[in-house]
Design a binder for this molecule. Sequence first.
Ligand code: MSP
Length: 470
Amino acid sequence: MKESYITTAIPYVNGNPHLGHAMDYLLADTLRRYMMSQGQKVRFQAGTDEHGNKIFKKAAEAGISTQEFTDQNSKKFQDFIASLGVEYTDFIRTTNPDHERRCQEIWRRLKDHIYKDSYEGWYCEGCEAFVTDKEHDENSGICPDHKKPYVKLSEENYYLRIADYKDQIREAIETDALKITPAFRKKEFLNLLADMPDVSISRPKSQVSWGVPVPDDDDQVMYVWIDALANYITVLGYPDEDISMDWPAHTQVVGKDILRFHAGIWPTILLGLGLPLPKNLLVHGFITVNGEKMSKSIGNVIAPEEILSKHGLDPFRYYFLRHAPTTDDADFTWEKYEASYNELANDLGNLVQRLATLCKKNEIANLKPLAVDLDDEFKKHMDAYAFNVAFDYAWSKVQDLNRQIDAAKPWELAKTDPAKAKSVLKDIASQLLAVSQMLEIFIPTTAKKIQDVFTAAQILPPSTPLFPRG
Ligand code: MSP
């Protein structure tokens, strides 16, 4: 059986995992759980991007070898992913020797699309990137992110000729053969593609020492994007192995800031290698804190662990999957987080407690887990990558169950018509089991608890509420 391959962006290991990284993992994991619920076999990649000067410098600051530094930080990301309840099948590190060797082979195969040129321009040492003259002037010569003046730099680089496949890429995107979601990002990218220049894919060794050596040129190392993007296929074994079981990817999840690399450079590499393009690019927005970009200098960075330790994992997943629109920016504040937790407790926690108590009193037992398929409307939103809308839909069902209990008043019915009370409760509990299958995609631990409660030989309310209050 062919596998559906889902990928996540591989973060740089120069810092700790943050909320932005969580978004990639949660969205990809939501898709994974959904596809698995539909009987598909899923392959799921995650990894870490470990080359470049920033990482080299950070390691030096920490007083340890670069390899040791990346080992430690890559481990932090692996632990972080696990702490989010996200399960991958493959984890790739770009310092892995197999990956490096495979990248060199990929480079060789792309030879016809690569040329050497010298370049002079404005460069930010913090970003490790050149900026255009326009950007330089707009920012009055100072990088807004690093507050450092740009410097004039001239150097020899290898370039990837984007022009070689521009028309083919445009057509694939326009016809949705390579589908970019949301549509406004597709439009945005197509506008950008028209003037997309060739991209530099190497740096002189004298400038960057921590990187994959360019084959047959001792003076150059690959510069981030080739060896970073290649991870999606080297992890599958390319070019040593046949990857057609998994490639093309079903969905590649990326943040909006790296769309252009994934929709422009990556397809150029793939076409250059004679490989098919991925089917979908799911582009998410940015997480802000109190309406501001997270930044160490503003001092508003909230560590995900801090949020996770407050109410545990599912309230975290609930907030970022329901209250963060899948493809737009979203804000985090502690106030909103508490309000969202209260919603969980009031709508779902109370429902479970109340319904289980009533079921116990009326001796309802042996409900069968439902083998029904998910609602069509739910699936429609999931298939369109509107995960938060699908979650809203599932939540409206939860709220509806509360209303059904209020309207039927089974505690009164029990006095006058116990058989009717029993059948009403059975029906509502069965509906809740069906709803739990939708919830399982977003908040799996909670959904599992609900299923355990209502399929038990004797239904008992959970000894501690699902969402206790402080
Ligand atoms: N190393 C590259 C990706 C290479 S993929 C072949 C990179 N790393 S990153 O650490 O800067 O970003 C990793 C992911 O986190 C990207 O998808 C990026 O968009 C996402 N985010 C980083 N900050 C973010 C927010 N504040 N909010 C949401 N996502 C953001 O880019």
